[in-house]
Design a protein around this ligand. Structure first.
Ligand code: IPE
Ligand code: IPE
Ligand code: MG
Length: 259
């Protein structure tokens, strides 16, 4: 079911050319709470509800992949009370939502270095991934303890190891092979990135994968990001001209030189 929208946006959205893969940087939870005189963790709790609504919205629209940034490798620099709360929240959410998501055939997976997360969280993550791995409706990826630079260095280490072991040669290493060593190897690159809260940076998110992603920034804090804000982002996405280096309106055959 399509949520109610401002008539302007819903009228003009082309449901046949939606992005296949949407990535989100869910930012502004703390400021949302502070603005109302509430503790920061209230913002995280509210932010979790926003994520559930967005997931539903993507599901209803038939969007293929949603990748949400929940905790960065840099977020360990925060006070331990906030970190502990977030880890508990992730665990609770997965426990609460797993059955329903599975029933709807949503596939859940994770990117980031999971090895240092609390073991009870790791357990429910492993269960969620295994239980839903064959689901076809929507691939929902959660980035927890994720950092793009770390991911790229990790890929390089694995590649060097493969070369040492004689399983890979330097001559065969190209972009397509490289991307197989990234944690997103099974999916496609994001078509659209949405970052809330007015910050205009990538904060170490999917740097390789977002080489040609359309980026949409909004001032809205994540807990306030509603389905109609999402539709607005989709509308803006549809106004973009994705050229991938080509010229507008030209369809040169691959082998024809411009010069
Ligand atoms: C995003 O909201 C959630 C996480 C990074 C875990 P923030 O917690 O960064 O909220 P602000 O940016 O401080 O308002
Ligand atoms: C990015 O938000 C990470 C997540 C949303 C999980 P931050 O709030 O940590 O980013 P910076 O520090 O403002 O760049
Ligand atoms: Mg922030």
């Amino acid at each position: 079911m399509i949520p109610s929208l401002s008539p302007n946006i819903s009228h003009n959205l082309d449901f046949n050319s939606l992005p296949h893969h949407v990535a989100v940087i869910m930012d502004g939870n703390g400021r949302w709470a502070t603005q109302q005189g509430l503790p920061r963790i209230t913002g995280h709790r509210q932010g979790a509800k926003t994520l559930k609504n967005l997931l539903r919205c993507c599901y209803d629209l038939g969007i293929g992949e949603l990748t949400a940034y929940a905790f960065s490798t840099e977020n360990w620099r925060r006070p331990s009370e906030e970190i502990n709360f977030l880890m508990l929240l992730f665990e609770q959410l997965l426990k609460q939502e797993l059955e329903q998501l599975h029933r709807e055939s949503i596939r859940i997976s994770f990117i980031g270095d999971l090895s240092i997360l609390p073991s009870s969280l790791q357990q429910i993550m492993a269960l969620s991934r295994e239980k839903t791995q064959k689901n076809q409706a929507l691939h929902f990826r959660l980035a927890i303890n994720y950092g793009s630079r770390q991911e790229i260095v990790h890929a390089c280490r694995q590649i060097v190891q493969q070369v040492h072991q004689g399983n890979l040669t330097l001559e065969t290493l190209d972009e397509a092979v490289f991307q197989q060593y990234l944690s997103t190897s099974e999916g496609s690159d994001p078509d659209l990135l949405i970052r809330t809260s007015g910050e205009m940076r990538l904060s170490n998110y999917l740097l390789w994968q977002m080489a040609y992603t359309e980026i949409y920034f909004t001032d809205v804090f994540w807990p306030d990001f509603s389905p109609s804000h999402f539709y607005e982002a989709l509308w803006h996405y549809q106004q973009r001209n994705r050229r991938f280096g080509r010229l507008v309106g030209t369809h040169l055959p691959e082998n024809r030189s411009l010069f």
